[in-house]
Design a protein around this ligand. Structure first.
Ligand code: NAD
Length: 526
């Protein structure tokens, strides 16, 4: 059977070649297709490949009665209504890893440009000047580079910086020590990094935790004349304080590719001193574009042929997998996601144990659990294809076992994750075909739906705690949907899983943590 693939943006030749040579693909290459004609063509196609030129809206998706796959040849999904696609069983595929090397090299390029005044020197020579003394640079050799976020790009920047003779120190609470050792970066706290680094570069995603993580207080802890680099995401540095510190000379320089609002308007960094700026071009290389085209085309063809191991951001399952397995796979992902938000420290080992689950699902369920575990702290790119590889790069040992006979439940998935200090274990089941429940957390027996906003709390098992929590939430008009309480006779501790209608603000969360009886409080979103 031939699959009709419609491409509505220009795509690198290397990607088109894959579609042209696939025997079961009919390629319709119409870059720039718009309006009624676009809708008509989408209605006749099995897959649509776009870059950023075509808005994949709900209306467009609705017109695609045959549409099964949308391929976004790139990383961002701003122009794709993923929810609308999911609701109609359409798989959305992107190419999130194609630009890692380009972004790594751009970081080095920006840093070197700044240290050797390349932009000004270039402009000066072109003006006909010859003023060599004005452009006194600094060497990287012998300097201390502080890397925040030791993921795919952070590790690659480490390797390159060391080749330049730099000492690299790094802060990333979510990677195992073995990752630091592998790339010869010294593990430090954020405070130590700020105090010791000559140059600070961030390589984290933008999350609630990293938004604004470098502000006036952090700048105050750095060395006089420190340099800041951001080729990750705008908003990790607070722009106003950074601009002020640059202009006062407290910060010696900055190299910035990304901005809180893009394109930057009235951004204080535009007028700051000693700064090199670029317009979010970290990923813009011919090689990255080629890789994007190849990866997207390959994945779209694989998906049309029925593979589930594709670089999909959603998993609607229709057409690509056995729909009956969806709730189990999705439950596994939630067990991983729950663990990621509750466990303390970097995970070094995971084990998935299955009871009463078909053996053929072992691999996909294990990968789903890993995907859930890795997603909260990584850039938006963990998927069913790369989750195992990312785990390996992060030095996480993974294993799984299956037991054909069910135990207390018809089916049960147990996910164990270990750090250097603790093991965390969570189990869940699916009953009546699609009702998911988490049934135990560590040694606590519970029963709650893995969805929405949850508070995980461990407290001393003494009278009055539930009342205090209820009063606090009541006073602050926080609606409790469910209050699950579990106790173990041996430890004298109780665990509560409280489902609330909306996320708690940081102040309420801290208030809850301040209760004498509370030992641990974590907010979880599933
Ligand atoms: P990654 O997911 O592989 O690594 C991110 C790392 O940040 C992880 O190791 C994670 O543990 C760590 N981290 C998360 N929260 C942290 C925190 N609070 N403190 C310290 N570390 C934390 O991501 P990547 O592929 O290396 O990408 C890094 C960044 O670069 C992302 O923001 C990505 O979007 C961005 N990026 C930018 C461009 C560009 O055009 N400028 C291109 C590609 C990627």
């Amino acid at each position: 059977m031939s699959h009709r693939v419609l491409v509505t943006d220009t795509l690198a030749e290397s990607g088109l070649a894959i579609l042209r040579t696939a025997e079961d693909v009919e390629l319709v290459y119409s870059p720039g297709l718009k309006g009624e004609e676009l809708l008509r063509e989408v209605a006749r196609s099995d897959a649509l490949i776009t870059r950023s030129g075509t808005a994949v809206t709900e209306a467009l998706v609705r017109s695609g009665s045959r549409l099964r796959v949308v391929g976004r040849a790139g990383v961002g999904l701003d122009n794709v209504d993923v929810d609308a696609c999911t609701a109609r069983g359409i798989l959305v595929i992107n190419a999130p890893t194609a630009n890692i090397m380009s972004a790594t090299e751009h970081t080095m390029a920006m840093l070197l440009s700044l240290c050797r005044n390349i932009p000004e020197a270039d402009a000066s020579v072109k003006r006909g000047e010859w003023v060599r003394s004005k452009f006194m640079g600094t060497e990287l050799n012998g300097k201390v580079l502080g890397i925040i976020g030791l993921g795919r790009i952070g590790t690659r920047v480490t390797v390159r910086a060391r080749a330049f003779g730099m000492r690299v120190i790094a802060y990333d609470p979510y990677v195992a020590d073995a990752v630091y050792e592998r790339v010869s970066a010294e593990k430090v706290t954020l405070g130590q990094l700020l105090a010791q680094a000559d140059i600070v570069t961030v390589h984290t995603p933008l999350t609630d935790e990293t938004r604004g993580m470098i502000g006036p207080d952090e700048i105050a802890k750095t060395k006089e004349g420190v340099i800041f680099v951001n080729c990750a995401r705008g908003g990790i540095y607070q722009e106003q304080p950074l601009a002020e510190a640059l202009s006062s000379g407290r910060v010696g320089g900055a190299a910035i590719d990304v901005y809180e609002d893009e394109p930057p308007k009235n951004n204080p960094l535009l007028a700051a001193k000693n700064i090199v700026l670029s317009p979010h071009i970290g990923a813009n290389t011919i090689e990255a574009q080629d890789r994007v085209a190849v990866q997207t085309s390959e994945m779209v063809v694989d998906a049309l042929r029925g593979s589930i191991f594709v670089s999909a951001v959603n998993l609607p399952f229709e057409g690509v997998a056995d729909a009956d397995a969806a709730p189990l796979i999705n439950l596994a992902e939630k067990l991983g996601l729950f663990t990621a938000q509750v466990i303390n420290g970097a995970v070094t080992r995971t084990v998935v144990e299955l009871w009463g689950v078909e053996e053929r699902l072992t691999k996909i369920i294990s990968v789903a659990a890993l995907k859930g575990l890795l997603t909260p702290y990584l850039s938006t790119s963990v998927n069913f294809v790369n989750a195992e590889q990312i785990a390996e790069q992060r030095e996480i040992a993974i294993s799984s076992t299956t037991h054909p006979m069910p135990r207390d439940y018809n089916n049960l998935i147990t996910f164990r994750a270990s750090t250097e200090r603790e093991e965390f274990c969570v189990s869940g089941t699916v009953f009546s075909e699609k009702n998911q429940r988490i049934v135990s957390v560590n040694n606590f027996r519970v029963e709650f739906k893995p969805e929405g906003h949850l508070i995980y709390a461990i407290n001393k098992d003494v009278p009055g705690v539930v009342g205090k929590v209820g009063t606090l939430f009541g006073d602050r008009e926080i609606n409790i949907a469910e209050y699950n309480l579990a106790r173990t006779s041996t430890t004298g501790k109780a665990m509560a899983i409280i489902t609330v209608d909306s996320a708690l603000d940081p102040e309420t969360l801290n208030f809850l943590r301040s209760f004498r009886e509370m030992e641990e409080v974590k907010q979880v979103k599933l």
